[in-house]
Write a protein that binds this ligand. Sequence first.
Ligand SMILES: NC(=O)c1ccc[n+]([C@@H]2O[C@H](COP(=O)([O-])OP(=O)(O)OC[C@H]3O[C@@H](n4cnc5c(N)ncnc54)[C@H](OP(=O)(O)O)[C@@H]3O)[C@@H](O)[C@H]2O)c1
Length: 343
Amino acid sequence: MSETTTQPAAEPAPRPRRVLVLGATGTIGRAAVRALVERGHEVVCFLRPRAGAGGSLSPEASARLLPGATLRFGEVTDPASLVRDGIAGERFDVLLSCLASRTGAPKDAWAIDYQAHVDALAAARQAGVCQMVLLSAICVQKPLLAFQKAKLAFEKALMESGLTYSIVRPTAFFKSLSGQIDRIRAGKPYLLFGDGRLTACKPISDADLGRYLAECLDDESRHNRILPIGGPGRAVTPLEQGEHLFALLGRKPRFRRVPVALLDAIVFTLGALGRLAPPLREKAELARIGRYYATESMLVLNPETGRYDAEATPSYGSESLFDFYARLVAGEAAVERGDHAVF
Ligand SMILES: NC(=O)c1ccc[n+]([C@@H]2O[C@H](COP(=O)([O-])OP(=O)(O)OC[C@H]3O[C@@H](n4cnc5c(N)ncnc54)[C@H](OP(=O)(O)O)[C@@H]3O)[C@@H](O)[C@H]2O)c1
């Protein structure tokens, strides 16, 4: 079986650069900052004063999460604040962004995944930046949802900007595949859509992805490219994820199969109600996001066949999802959930 495997970029130590980071308090942002600092770069993070899911992080708490980086506070959706409070008249070499809407709701997605990035790119250029590393998502290759369209629109703007770019499109994150462990511990069945084999993904760990992003600064083979990237090993289905968790917890596997037609009915009903009652529009989009992940694989899509292709999805890193599950079960790791369980 052939598999494209990308190994960590060859040492020696990289030339230190001044890096402005957006989205540093997110799951992957934290890992990317850690990797940048480890590689000797000078890292300045631009954050909001109340960061984290639900504004749970004070400036002091954010600082504890981002050791070795300089933190500056302001509003990324306000270009004047980014220039005044973030860039502060200094010069930078690289802009690295893990900024992303926490909800995926259409208005927030266009404000964050698109507009904030367009404004940040313009401000960063003025500050001397000539390279950008962007965390995107593999699902933008089949863009059906508002946040995917917003991300794609910014990817296009970045590619046309003339800056050296690396657009990193990862597969699934561990946190998005670990939400059911508490259900199993509570004796409940594992929920599957269809037969649990409708989709597959090659999950990548936070630390491996953070390192991959940081290496984009120096690895010229990753410059001016769109980079789909998954974790080590073969693709896994939701059924296999559930079976593995039951085995680790020493329990008899129990599954509840949810028909995709039920999701379709929810999407249809909320979509219709959303046309009458605007507050329901966001719920309708969340239902569409849920349906998308229940039915689409997080793997490279072959444009000729229209099929997802595990072997064409590059692998990187060392930690597998099942290693992570073992650490979760042993209490050595924890899952950080976002504002919505679908992300
Ligand atoms: N989950 C998956 O399996 C998966 C797979 C592939 C790709 N992706 C993509 O990866 C990206 C990042 O994921 P993640 O899990 O690291 O995201 P995350 O944990 O939700 O972090 C998002 C970051 O963006 C910042 N942000 C969001 N809204 C903001 C606002 N209005 N003002 C200022 N900052 C704001 C957050 O800051 P605060 O802390 O201040 O909120 C946080 O730093 C997303 O684009 C996602 O689509 C996800």
